[in-house]
Design a protein around this ligand. Structure first.
Ligand SMILES: Nc1ccn([C@@H]2O[C@H](COP(=O)(O)OP(=O)(O)OP(=O)(O)O)[C@@H](O)[C@H]2O)c(=O)n1
Ligand SMILES: C[C@](O)(CO)[C@H](O)COP(=O)(O)O
Length: 239
């Protein structure tokens, strides 16, 4: 399975001076955690990291410090996530039939989630990981007045991985560029083209590290996950 990792953002909402994916979370960069999950996946064997050239030396250093037998390519990104993914799609090997796209900033996604999406994407044209929304969501107009309260049972929070047939996704991106569509995820392009997108169970802990508070929450989630993993391996060893 082919995996594209958009990692070419600026991290404006993090208020960081550099790409937030180079910030440290429990001793490793955010991007290292994302890559480690991809390395543990049973299906992913090709990884394209989409980044800004200024970050490539840091990315190279990071990759050389991690052990993997998977193919890794660095791909130059664009000025928006949409453009970065477009460029990533152009850089896929010609034999790639399906692709998973997973934000570098969703550094807590588990290898199991990546594998679940990899297993499903060969059975449908498009999918996304998502979780049911827990809050009551309001539609608010420009004067600050509530216009609607959509039925929560129909609302899901979109995550990545998102997975697609490469040929179809390339066509959707081309159409989006021609018609000037601006979207925040790839599923939206599929939807606008009238193509079906399936929802696969995401993970509540698969947050996108966007603000400084997210970083602290991620630290807590990761600490708990590592404790659990340690407990499991001790049990297996009979300690
Ligand atoms: N031009 C861009 C913008 C974003 N991304 C990637 O898309 C993912 C989701 O974007 P977001 O969390 O918004 O990251 P940033 O764009 O870095 O953050 P901000 O919007 O706060 O600047 C991230 O992994 C980010 O690196 C990208 O590849 N290319
Ligand atoms: C793709 C995504 O992570 C799904 O939740 C999200 O849409 C990225 O959007 P952002 O505007 O770049 O944060």
């Amino acid at each position: 399975m082919y995996l594209l990792i958009p990692a070419a953002g600026m991290g404006r909402r993090m208020g960081s001076q550099r790409n937030k994916l180079l910030l440290t979370l429990l001793g490793k960069s955010l991007l290292s955690w994302t890559l480690e999950a991809a390395f543990k996946s049973h299906y992913i064997n090709w990884i394209g990291i989409i980044g800004q050239p200024v970050d490539f030396p840091d990315f190279q250093k990071m990759i050389s410090g991690l052990s993997t037998n998977k193919s890794i390519e660095l791909i130059e990104g664009g000025s928006t996530r949409q453009e970065s993914v477009y460029k990533g799609l152009q850089a896929l090997p010609p034999e790639a039939e399906q692709v998973l796209i997973h934000d570098g900033a969703r550094c807590l996604a588990t290898p199991e989630l990546l594998d679940r999406c990899a297993e499903e994407v060969v059975k449908c044209p498009g999918l996304i990981a998502a979780v049911p929304v827990k809050d009551t969501i309001k539609v608010v107009d420009s004067s600050g007045l509530i216009q609607d309260t959509p039925d929560r049972r129909n609302l899901w929070a979109a995550q990545t991985p998102q997975g697609f047939e490469v040929k179809l996704l390339k066509e959707c991106h081309e159409k989006g560029r021609q018609l000037g569509w601006e979207v925040t995820d790839d599923a939206a392009l599929f939807e606008k083209c009238g193509l079906p997108v399936k929802v696969v169970a995401g993970e509540e802990t698969n947050l996108k590290v966007t603000t400084p508070v997210d970083l602290r929450v991620a630290e807590f989630i990761l600490t708990e996950a590592l404790k659990k993993e340690e407990g499991r391996s001790k049990k297996e060893e009979g300690v």
